[in-house]
Design a protein around this ligand. Structure first.
Ligand SMILES: NC(=O)c1ccc[n+]([C@@H]2O[C@H](COP(=O)([O-])OP(=O)(O)OC[C@H]3O[C@@H](n4cnc5c(N)ncnc54)[C@H](OP(=O)(O)O)[C@@H]3O)[C@@H](O)[C@H]2O)c1
Length: 270
């Protein structure tokens, strides 16, 4: 898709990958509609986007986990621009720890934001895209969407759900002119880890993912790996079981408190 003058809607644009994607689209002279809960930060991102060359940038407070807000966000973008060329479902958050200690509200928040939000905005944007026979939905999943990580069970589940949702929808929409793509970031240097354990291994900058998102908008593809993880993807059926244990061990070595008492040898019979 030609990006100059296109209408790009991004959820979770107040920091990290969403912010970097907004700036990258702004450099291509696209019009932007940005949503997130922190409006002050959104306004500052919007200002930077205008300075980088975006002709029109609007911001709107959005809690994507609230169905009515998510629908209203998409409706406002349609009202302002009469079309949406690209919807980037990026808003998301993580949580790391033992599942049985995960607060119920956190479980709800992850499900509402990471998956229900994606479903609601996509549902709201599709009718106009289908009518125009044109549009691209880019869902930001994670490598944890195909390689689940210990101590991130609910997060991994939401990202697997995003992948399944995207692939199924892609088939449903084949022949309509509307494309559905999944981007799979690995550890990226953003605020994502502010409230969770640091990732194992290096982190790469948010603009890497942003560039992958922009490339996907120009040349839509089903699955877009940000690092060359395609091999890991293919190896999953062969060594996935081994990886489950290996990753658990590495995480427990790195963060012993996560093991709690659950990995002590059983008490000897007296
Ligand atoms: N960083 C990584 O290593 C990594 C790896 C794989 C995948 N990802 C995925 O990349 C996406 C972006 O994450 P990031 O790394 O850029 O983290 P981030 O810097 O924490 O950004 C997350 C964005 O999502 C927004 N957000 C969170 N909850 C929201 C809600 N209920 N409604 C609307 N917006 C909400 C945040 O804005 P407000 O707080 O202002 O609402 C923020 O703009 C997420 O989907 C994440 O799962 C990240």
């Amino acid at each position: 898709m030609r990006l100059k003058g296109a209408v790009i809607v991004i959820t979770g644009a107040s920091s990290g990958i969403g912010e970097a994607a907004a700036l990258a689209f702004a450099r291509k002279k696209a019009n932007l509609v940005l949503g997130a809960r922190r409006v002050d930060q959104l306004n500052s991102v919007a200002q930077q986007c205008r300075e980088k060359g975006a002709p029109e940038v609007t911001v709107r407070r959005l809690d994507v986990g609230q169905r009515a807000e998510a629908r209203a966000f998409v409706a406002a973008a349609m009202r302002d621009h009469e079309r949406i060329d690209v919807l980037v479902n990026n808003a998301g958050l993580g949580w790391m720890g033992r599942l049985h200690e995960m607060p119920e509200e956190k479980i709800e928040e992850l499900i509402a934001t990471n998956i229900r939000g994606v479903i609601t905005t996509t549902q709201a944007a599709l009718p106009a895209m289908i009518e125009r026979r044109r549009g691209i939905v880019i869902n930001v999943a994670s490598v944890l969407g195909f390689r689940a990580a210990p101590y991130s069970a609910v997060y991994s589940a939401t990202k697997h759900a995003v992948v399944g949702f995207s692939h199924a929808l892609r088939g449903e929409l084949s022949g309509t002119g509307v494309k559905v793509c999944v981007v799979y970031p690995a550890s990226t240097e953003t605020e994502f880890f502010a409230e969770t354990e640091a990732p194992i291994g290096p982190q790469y900058p948010a603009w890497w993912v942003a560039n992958a998102i922009v490339r996907t908008a120009r040349f839509p593809r089903r699955d877009v790996m940000v690092l060359p993880y395609r091999f890991a993807h293919l190896a999953e059926p062969l060594i996935g079981g081994l990886l489950d244990h290996a990753m658990g061990e590495v995480r427990r070595m790195r963060s012993p408190h996560l093991a709690g008492g659950s990995h002590q040898p059983p008490p000897e019979d007296s």
